[in-house]
Design a protein around this ligand. Sequence first.
Ligand SMILES: C[S@@+](CC[C@H](N)C(=O)[O-])C[C@H]1O[C@@H](n2cnc3c(N)ncnc32)[C@H](O)[C@@H]1O
Length: 250
Amino acid sequence: MSNPNQTNYEKVTPYDTSQMDKKSQVTSMFDKIAPYYDFLNGLLSLGIDTLWRRKAIKTLLEHQPKHFLDIATGTGDVALEIHKQSPEATIQGLDISSKMIELANKKVTKHGLSDQIKMEVGDSEALRYEDMAFDAVTVSFGVRNFGNLKQGLSEIHRVLRSDGHLMVLEFSKPTIFPFKQLFNFYFKNILPFIGKFTSKDPKAYKYLYESVQAFPDYDQFAIILKEIGFNKVTWTPLSLGICTIYLASK
Ligand SMILES: C[S@@+](CC[C@H](N)C(=O)[O-])C[C@H]1O[C@@H](n2cnc3c(N)ncnc32)[C@H](O)[C@@H]1O
């Protein structure tokens, strides 16, 4: 269903259907690609995604949080990375896709971390946690997929304690010539081509490209965070701007 209040980036959806809203389409897409997600991440980013998450968590840990909420946890890689760098942390992972959570739970169990890391299915736009329940919230490659970005960010703000930190890791658009042009060619043409045959969802990696193009990055995303009530918003581009770590405090 199309919603007249949606911004342009919220109108970019995985499938060309007006029968389902963005949230339902995104959920269905991630349920579908879940079994291939980790493999494709590694292949398409040449393993660099692991370094991005590592760096993002390292940056956040400078503020010494102990209780974490990892939103859009997917298969749980951020939650596991938090544990690796901060073994005493308690971590709640949440994702709207039950198939992703199934895989995340398998990983957590395999690592013997079921006491430290809990996983559950849930929607970032209607969190079931109390106000100020967490020291830090992380969202890695998730905010771009929210059906209502501002609603999701407001919920994050609510569940963060005063002085708590939000870390967002998200794709951005490289600006430097000729890397910008080369990367764009790869991202627009090669990546969806490989994704089409390996993820069994022809649309998923086309949506990845289109959603990144439409999404506000750098100062534009910082403005939105400030509108929600976050302050001390900083951003650090990684790998010549392919993705960016945003850090904000409540
Ligand atoms: C690209 S994956 C990122 C997974 C993981 N954070 C990572 O770094 O690999 C995006 C995830 O966001 C989840 N997601 C999208 N919208 C959501 C929402 N409204 N609430 C919770 N999770 C959501 C999807 O189900 C998917 O697992």
